[in-house]
Design a binder for this molecule. Structure first.
Ligand SMILES: [Zn+2]
Length: 60
């Protein structure tokens, strides 16, 4: 197994990990309420999926 010749500094590891980010969610516009929703998931605003209500939405 390959062994590192010398230890990396903490800064070197942290600089590498600083570029490690989560991708932005792929948001779509809901055809029922025009709010943003994620694909293949019921709309969090109106609870609609595939043109019908599939869950109750709590009003706050
Ligand atoms: Zn909606």
């Amino acid at each position: 197994m390959a062994l590192p010749k010398s230890r990396h500094s903490k800064a070197r590891s942290r600089k590498r990990r600083a570029n490690w980010k989560l991708p932005a969610p792929n948001l779509q516009i809901c055809p029922n309420c025009e709010g943003y929703k994620t694909r293949h998931v019921a709309c969090p605003e109106c609870g609609y999926y595939m043109g019908r209500a599939v869950m109750e939405v709590k009003e706050s």
